[in-house]
Write a protein that binds this ligand. Structure first.
Ligand code: PGA
Length: 249
């Protein structure tokens, strides 16, 4: 299984020109790397322009809506992403939960619709700093996983990637320790085992995300049992992002 490195550009950069420059620089910098799957998730507005030059890189979206079409002003559907030949979609990122009040139930509906359109959902889970302080991490992770994966079959779950992203580590420079990441990833696999079976829990891809930088990236793969990384801030600098990919290749 290839290591999966996902770039979440969030609401960056400010222009299509910059987006194209960043994308081309990443593409050039990693063209000889074959053992890493790299997914770039730009803002929706840049997706179609970038799709046309995707080359060896794979594209993902940062969100999608659960309805197929109709009167939902401002939303983007999974079929629309499928039509652009997008492969992945980040679902339930903590910033969406926080600023747009996304619930586990809504995330579940988005996952189902993405799967239906053959988009690989990258499901984000993770505890806030308050939840961590109250020692509620495992409780929170378990609830998020059970509720967001409700009625998803053992055939479908194989197409889902789970990203463990402790909310307190996102964009703060305070990356999660290797030991703690390892125990969270093991716990996530345990919940998947309870919901499905051993084969699925062993094989589902679990990523780490939260202040990943070139100098901490490789240890999550080598020592914490992560199958890849979800990178925010550092993915908007081609230099940093290429370093991260090279460090895990
Ligand atoms: P960060 O973001 O790498 O900037 O901490 C990670 C994420 O939000 O996925």
């Amino acid at each position: 299984m290839k290591t999966l490195i996902v770039a979440n550009w969030k609401m960056n950069p400010a222009s299509l020109k910059e987006a194209k420059t960043l994308f081309e620089a990443i593409k050039k910098g990693i063209k000889n790397i074959k053992n890493v799957e790299v997914v770039i998730c730009p803002p929706f507005v840049y997706l179609s322009a970038i799709t046309q030059s995707a080359g060896g890189l794979v594209l993902g979206a940062q969100n999608c809506f659960w309805e197929e079409k109709g009167a939902f002003t401002g939303e983007i559907s999974a079929p629309q992403l499928h039509d652009l030949k997008i492969n992945y979609v980040i679902i339930g990122h903590s910033e969406r939960r926080k600023y747009f009040n996304e619930t586990n139930d809504q995330i579940n509906k988005k996952i189902k619709k993405s799967l239906h359109e053959k988009l690989g959902p990258i499901l984000c889970v993770g505890e806030t700093s308050e939840e961590k302080q109250m020692d509620k991490k495992v409780e929170v992770l378990e609830k998020q996983i059970i509720e967001t994966l409700k009625n998803i079959s053992s055939k479908e779950i194989k197409n889902i990637v789970i990203a463990y992203e402790p909310v307190w580590s996102i964009g703060t420079g305070d990356n999660c320790s290797i030991d703690e990441t390892m125990s969270s990833i093991l716990f996530i696999r345990k919940v998947i085992f309870k919901l499905y079976n051993r084969e699925i829990s062993d094989n589902i891809r679990v990523l780490y995300g939260g202040s990943v930088e070139p100098d901490n990236a490789a240890s999550y793969i080598k020592n914490a049992g992560a199958n890849g990384l979800l990178v925010g801030g550092a993915s908007t600098s081609s230099e940093e992002f290429i370093k991260i990919i090279r460090s895990v290749a």
